[in-house]
Write a protein that binds this ligand. Structure first.
Ligand SMILES: [Zn+2]
Length: 298
């Protein structure tokens, strides 16, 4: 047993985890769902409606890549009916929490083995980039998978999940078309950018943009002086107009790169986490980010 797992098991014992499942009667939710990030929790809320009570383990504005599970997370996982995560390295820290909690609930890995999806490479050889949801077509696949999981766990709610899921899917289809129309207003030669971490390759592939470079290989890893110099050269060589970073990350590095290249720094994108109003849903996150990107590149 790894120390982290042992520690979590001790914390669970100390906290008396293992609460019961809601009965589903008299207005109580039929299912309790735990998701790793606020983005996935919002998708569950949209598909599950009032039959589902969903919480996110990682709070809004906190980095999901480097998150460390807390005792309360262990209780939440132990009492969940369905556990929703992304997989592909984004939130695999949850695996030790699940085993420490002896959680028996089905674990839905939204990004893993999604039919019709070609994965892009991750930061290490043999890994895949996990940020599929920032392509809205992939978010629709996530929502469909969530709907199937909810219906399996709560067959009595299947007609409702089907109806709310279909309405959500229609909104996401409209959102996908809206993104395309917005990106089309950027001159083709300006459809390129640099990001703090590699969150937008699926977004870029879907909507015809180019990611010229990233500032950090992965959250929590600082680049070497040589890597920063190479990125600055790439920005100058390709005349990239903007560097995007996210609300939950420090801006010192991208500010430095912006000063040296003259590129605009937009540090308030949202990718892995929802934020404060108005970025309180996945749909709002996409609209916010696209608005920032179009404003910076047009
Ligand atoms: Zn990320």
């Amino acid at each position: 047993m790894r120390w982290s797992t042992l520690l979590l098991a001790l914390l669970l014992a100390a906290c008396g985890g293992g609460a019961g499942t809601p009965s589903g009667g008299s207005g109580a939710p039929a299912l309790t769902v735990v998701a790793t990030s606020t983005v996935f929790a919002d998708m569950v809320r949209n598909v599950g409606g009032d039959r589902v009570a969903v919480t996110s383990l990682v709070p809004a504005g906190t980095d999901v890549h480097t998150y460390q599970a807390k005792p309360g997370d262990l209780r939440a996982v132990a009492s969940a009916d369905v556990i929703v995560m992304n997989g592909l390295g984004l939130d695999d820290w949850l695996d030790s929490t699940i085993s420490a909690a002896s959680a028996g609930a089905p674990v839905i890995r939204l990004a893993v083995d999604l039919p019709g999806v070609e994965l892009l490479p991750g930061d290490e050889p043999g890994t895949q980039n996990p940020h599929l949801w920032l392509d809205v077509a992939h978010a629709r696949r996530y929502a469909a998978r969530i709907g199937e999981a909810l219906a399996t766990a709560d067959p009595g709610g299947a007609p409702q999940y089907q109806a709310t899921g279909a309405a959500y899917d229609a909104r996401l289809a409209d959102l996908d078309a809206w993104v395309r129309a917005q990106i089309a207003t950027i001159a083709p030669m300006d459809r390129k950018f640099v990001t703090f971490h590699d969150a937008l390759p699926y977004f870029a592939r879907a909507y015809g943009l180019t990611v010229v470079g990233v500032a950090v290989e992965a959250p929590g890893q600082d680049p070497s002086a040589g890597e920063i110099a190479a990125l600055i050269d790439a920005i100058r060589a390709t005349a990239v107009k903007a560097i995007f970073s996210e609300d939950q990350f420090p801006t010192r590095l991208v500010d430095q790169i912006g000063r040296e290249t003259g590129a605009t720094v937009e540090a308030d994108l949202f990718t892995d986490s929802l934020g404060a109003d108005p970025v309180t849903s996945y749909e709002a996150l996409i609209r916010w980010d696209v608005g920032q990107i179009v404003a910076a590149l047009r």
